[in-house]
Design a protein around this ligand. Structure first.
Ligand code: C2E
Ligand code: CA
Length: 580
């Protein structure tokens, strides 16, 4: 064995000659030993041993086909199917013409006919095979992702375009696959575990594209691109692919989602198709009921609309296209509802689209951070309005503003709000702050710190959409809040559904436990109002008593109410706000 591994010092490339005939081995070795370190094996088993051990240093294998133990065909198959060995080129040594085709089919790089008549030709073929394989390795390194072995994004697009050209632009599906909450997996279980998952996912995807005849890439840390021939029933088949991948990953905590752009002949370029698939994939990011979605024309129109709204926001702010409406909140502790405060709700009067509802742009602006600018604008307008009413009526009417989850994580929030109230000459308790419950779930400690600071500065906090954000009872008890505002879905059916009625009762009890008032929004009927009174709710808001109104109508309403109740409002608000 030792003599088999004899090498000539100073030579870089090592060639393994595998042949059971000593003479043949020696002859070939003699032709090559000037240029290469030559290693010999007298049968397939010995060769496999050497190949595995020397897998990083071998530059070429010269392989006889007929040998004892493991024959040349079997050895070739083993080498080609092993991801670490398959980079080593194999030249088949044969005297049979028929064997050549089969050898090529099994992945041989070249063949050399026996007997070895022309040494120069043999040396040239050896050198060419080695050079080709080395070039391939260099190309592979740049075009492939090291971790998964899939293409990098740039090469992927190039090859995908080439695939289209070679196949006469046959219909293809572009798929973007993303792992849900991958950063959390990395944080909780470590990077090594994360890498292992990516590797596994990479090989599942590789298997998928090998079967369907497509291409795949890892486009960024946990995002993959897949390009496969169009499947008519892809919708029907995706669940099978997904469960196959989930089974292979073998970790029930891991889930992923796919966005699909099916080629519909609209001749988009490759990047655009994957952008669209990526867009759908992002759309379902927090959707726990769907793990794949197809791009469609409606989505495209919606997307263009969203894009337009984003582009128009700056000019809308400068032209004051955003206007603040105010919806009264009524205390129902007494017989007759008495309004105690308002909620400021923004409206966009777009020059082309007309009135645009906040539902169409708030989430959109939250996604890209623009909401901070808009909210600041709304808070300023509201503060100015509070001051105007204060000057006209001689007392403060508190107004609550919505504080988006994005604002809630802004370290400058307290400063911004203090500046607004001082610029407008109002007090912190005049501007109530509604923070949605789900923001607490995003990052409880950070939001608690912010809320504590806000309260230290005199602001009052209402927890908005209560009941929809999965707060634990335990967490609720330690939350610094001044009112609970129930999500309006709970009130919708309280008249017809006993369970909903009891649920509102339970939430009212929670508010009692926390010693804060309970506010119910979305009250649309007298029946709902009566039941809420019975349950002991403190404040209601909803279309039954008033829709959100423009400022001039609110001013009218206040005047009218003042006249009717002859100062009742002043008394209610003498402590500034009745609800808190
Ligand atoms: P929200 O804070 O839960 O506000 C209540 C929403 O319910 C408002 O919708 C209001 O018009 C509507 N509403 C009031 N009474 C009733 C009722 O009886 N029945 C029904 N079905 N709806 C009622 P709007 O004004 O379209 O606002 C939607 C959401 O947009 C708000 O939900 C809030 O989350 C957000 N939003 C509105 N203005 C702003 C803002 O200035 N800043 C931020 N960050 N978000 C805002
Ligand atoms: Ca609100």
């Amino acid at each position: 064995m030792q003599e088999l591994l004899e090498r000539k010092k100073g030579l870089h490339r090592t060639v393994l000659i595998v042949d059971d005939e000593l003479i043949e081995r020696e002859m070939l070795g003699a032709m090559l030993s000037d240029q290469y370190a030559v290693v010999y094996a007298e049968n397939g088993a010995v060769a496999l041993d050497i190949i595995r051990r020397e897998r990083f240093t071998l530059s070429l294998i010269l392989l006889d086909l007929h040998m004892p133990e493991i024959d040349g065909y079997s050895l070739l198959k083993i080498i080609r199917s092993d991801s670490e060995l398959c980079r080593i080129p194999v030249i088949v040594l044969t005297s049979e013409k028929d064997a050549e085709v089969e050898s090529f089919q099994l992945g041989a790089a070249d063949f050399i006919s026996k007997p070895y008549n022309v040494p120069d030709v043999i040396r040239a073929r050896v050198q060419r095979s080695i050079e080709l394989a080395e070039d391939r390795v260099i190309i592979n390194r740049t075009e492939r992702d090291v971790l998964t072995g899939l293409f990098n994004k740039e090469f992927f697009f190039e090859y995908a375009k080439r695939l289209d050209e070679q196949n006469n632009n046959m219909p293809m599906d572009a798929i973007v696959l993303d792992i849900n909450r991958f950063h959390i997996i990395n944080e909780l279980y470590g990077r090594t575990y994360g890498d292992m998952l990516l590797k596994k996912l990479g090989s599942c995807i590789h298997e998928l594209v090998s079967k369907t005849g497509g291409l795949a890439c890892r486009s960024n840390s946990n995002c993959f691109g897949i390009y496969i021939p169009h499947i008519e029933d892809l919708k029907g088949q995706l669940p099978q692919y997904i469960s196959m991948i989930e089974k292979n990953l073998g970790d029930s905590r891991i889930s992923f989602r796919m966005g699909v752009y099916s080629d519909d002949g609209d001749c988009l370029d490759m990047e655009q198709r994957f952008e669209r698939a990526g867009l759908v994939c992002r759309k379902i990011e927090n959707n726990y009921t769907t793990c794949f979605e197809f791009y469609n024309a409606d989505l495209h129109i919606k997307e263009l609309h969203s894009e337009r709204l984003i582009n128009d926001m700056d000019i809308a702010l400068s032209e004051k296209q955003f206007r603040v409406f105010y919806q009264p909140k009524y205390s129902i502790r007494d017989n007759k509802p008495v309004f105690t405060s308002f909620e400021a709700l923004v409206r966009w009067f777009h020059p082309e689209y007309g009135l645009v509802s906040p539902d169409d742009f708030i989430t959109l602006f939250e996604e890209n951070g623009l909401i901070r600018q808009l909210d600041r604008y709304v808070w300023n307008e509201t503060a100015a309005q509070i001051k105007q009413w204060k000057d006209e009526f001689g007392f403060s009417i508190p107004v609550s503003v919505n504080v988006s989850r994005v604002d809630a994580f802004n370290p400058q929030l307290v400063e911004v709000l203090n500046e607004i109230i001082s610029n407008n000459g109002i007090d912190s308790e005049d501007l109530l702050l509604e923070i949605t419950e789900s923001a607490y779930a995003d990052n409880a400690q950070q939001i608690i710190n912010t809320v504590v600071m806000l309260r230290e500065n005199g602001f009052k906090i209402e927890m908005d959409d209560f009941g929809s954000g999965y707060s634990s009872l335990n967490m609720l008890c330690s939350l610094p809040i001044d009112a609970l505002k129930l999500d309006m879905k709970f009130v919708r059916n309280i008249c017809s559904n006993q369970k909903d009625y009891r649920l509102v009762g339970i939430m009212t009890d929670i508010a009692r436990l926390l010693e804060v008032p309970v506010i119910v929004e979305g009250v649309e009927t007298e029946g709902q109002l009566e039941l809420l009174k019975k349950l002991g709710c403190d404040i209601i808001q909803g279309y039954y008593l008033s829709k959100p109104l423009p400022p001039d109508e609110v001013t009218e309403l206040i005047r009218k109410t003042l006249k009717e109740h002859e100062g009742c409002l002043q008394q209610t608000n003498s402590g500034n706000t009745e609800q808190m």
